[in-house]
Ligand binder design. Structure first.
Ligand SMILES: [Zn+2]
Length: 521
């Protein structure tokens, strides 16, 4: 049986770009649109022609491209009050965008018509109808976004319905009910969408915002009541708390409702799409994002992990690979030996469950975690720890015999200087380096001391540095945990250091990072 189709309408580039801290360049918009097209969404709303030159330029470029699955939409509003549609500059701009689809927002709520627009109820109906008819006459597919649909319907259902019927009669290809303020409950969305579906012959869509955390739930409630078109944004970007998150909508339709949104073959690329758009927007990935977050299939706790090991599916709502995610087993102070065994296997060590080494490693991890170490993001440090136990304290490639860090500055600037004395075999290297911070200077001094003996280090660089102050227990000083991420251009690894002193903690993490790089080099 063919699955019922739900249209996916992406507004990341228009509604999503309203989010605080998000600003897309023209090139960003093109790159995101290309990805969305490859992924298989049905509509890409590019912006509002006339609102700024960047959006107009986007449409100019978009018009010359061939799109595989998506149709590009330009956003605008109903004609102005008291102006003939053909004379309205908004309409001229929207036609200049040369998109196959135009989305028009108009008023549903009588309160807004009379108080905000200061128009008569009938004039608003005429504004909706004239605009849609004008665009249909110009050969456009017209999506009608009915602003404040649910607030309007709750206030005056007959008038709200009249506005939707006016849009349909004028030729709208879909009437999209909008929870513009994001304040409605799923049950209200379901009831009002059902009423609209009942009265309208054209497809009904849904556009929700996440102000109560119901952005996704409200969109799904509407689909369950007969809506067949969903508007939303990638990763839920949008004004205030954001829009309905398409990254959750898409797998929910597919895996939970047996409906068809994007093509099946795109599902394993879901995580990649979410991360790509975050990267372009320069937003950190939300580790707890449903479906695609780093923790979405992470398991912690001895008993539980033991079960996962045997029956992976028993603790997961879907297979992580189905959306491009991976199962992760966390090592933590809650963990039993099974976690360590699985983690060791992931890192390439083969441990027997009852071997004395396994017990020794588990005990050591627990002890270090009690001191403030954390290995969930520091796999390289854990690998070194396991190796240390298995190989009975193998000889180190280098040791730091002494180090010194100082800082000098004035009101305008400051500079740090680090000196290290390093032993490699029977050679001693003594180097000094400057940096804009103590860790930077220390890193520079370590590298220049080691570069001659280990040329592979030239490719290694720090990509992230995080510091967390751990609460001191009564009577003791607070500790500092430093997490470092390093990269050699091909892979990334994390290391950790803990001390009452931030420099010492940083040095531990840096030394682990270099050791790990050299081990695998
Ligand atoms: Zn919106």
């Amino acid at each position: 049986m063919k699955k019922k189709q739900v249209e996916i309408y992406d507004t990341t580039l228009r509604d999503g770009a309203q989010a605080e801290g998000i600003n897309f360049s023209l090139n960003d918009k093109i790159r995101i649109a290309e990805r969305l097209d490859l992924f298989g969404v049905h509509y890409i709303e590019g912006g509002w022609p006339g609102s700024n030159p960047k959006d107009m330029e986007f449409f100019r470029l978009a018009a010359r491209r061939r799109w595989r699955s998506a149709r590009i939409a330009a956003f605008s509003m109903t004609r102005r009050k008291g102006v003939a549609v053909e004379n309205d500059s908004l309409m001229r701009q929207v036609l200049e965008a040369e998109t196959p689809v135009v989305t028009i927002v108009g008023k549903t709520w009588l309160l807004h018509v009379t108080e905000v627009l200061r128009a008569k109820p009938d004039e608003n109906l005429a504004m909706i109808a004239d605009t849609i008819r004008f665009l249909k006459d110009h050969g456009k597919t017209v999506i009608y976004d009915a602003e404040h649909s649910f607030d309007g319907y709750t206030d005056q259902p007959d008038y709200a319905l009249d506005t939707w019927l006016a849009a349909e009669k004028a030729g709208a290809d879909a009437v999209v009910l909008c929870d513009t303020n994001g304040g409605r409950l799923p049950s209200e969305i379901a009831r009002i969408t059902a009423a609209a579906v009942n009265r309208l012959a054209c497809p009904v869509g849904i556009h929700t915002h996440n102000d109560c955390g119901f952005g996704l739930a409200n969109a799904i409630a509407a689909v369950e009541s007969g809506a067949s078109h969903i508007q939303g944004t990638i990763n839920g970007y949008g004004e205030r708390t954001g829009n309905c998150n398409l990254i959750s909508v898409i797998p929910t339709l597919h895996f939970k409702m047996g409906l068809r949104g994007v093509p099946q073959k795109s599902m394993p690329k879901l995580k990649e799409l979410a991360e790509f758009v975050d990267e372009i927007a320069n937003v950190r990935h939300d580790p707890r994002q449903p479906w695609v977050g780093q923790t979405a299939f992470a398991h912690k706790g001895g008993m539980h992990v033991h079960a996962i090991d045997r029956v992976a599916r028993s603790y997961e709502h879907i297979q992580p690979e189905a959306v491009g995610n991976v199962r992760r087993v966390l090592v933590s102070d809650m963990s039993g030996r099974t976690n360590i065994l699985m983690k060791a296997a992931e890192l390439g060590f083969n441990l027997a469950p009852d071997a004395p080494e396994t017990r020794a490693i588990t005990a050591k991890v627990k002890d270090l975690e009690a001191q403030g170490f954390e290995y969930e993001a520091a796999e390289a440090s854990l690998a070194l720890l396991i190796r240390g136990v298995l190989e009975h304290n193998p000889e180190l490639l280098f040791t730091v015999d002494a180090y010194h860090v100082s800082m000098r500055g004035n009101a305008a600037s400051s500079i740090c200087e680090a000196t290290v004395k390093i032993r490699v075999g029977d050679k001693i290297h003594h180097t000094v380096a400057e940096g804009d911070g103590p860790v930077n200077a220390l890193d520079g001094a370590l590298r220049s001391a080691l570069a001659r003996s280990f040329p592979a280090l030239r490719k290694v660089s720090l990509t992230d540095y995080k510091v967390r102050i751990l609460d001191g227990v009564a009577g003791t000083a607070a500790k500092t945990r430093v997490l470092i991420t390093s990269s050699d251009g091909k892979r990334e690894w994390g290391t950790v250091g803990v001390s009452e002193n931030i420099i010492t903690a940083s040095l531990q993490a840096l030394v682990d990072s270099i050791e790990y790089a050299l081990l695998d080099a």
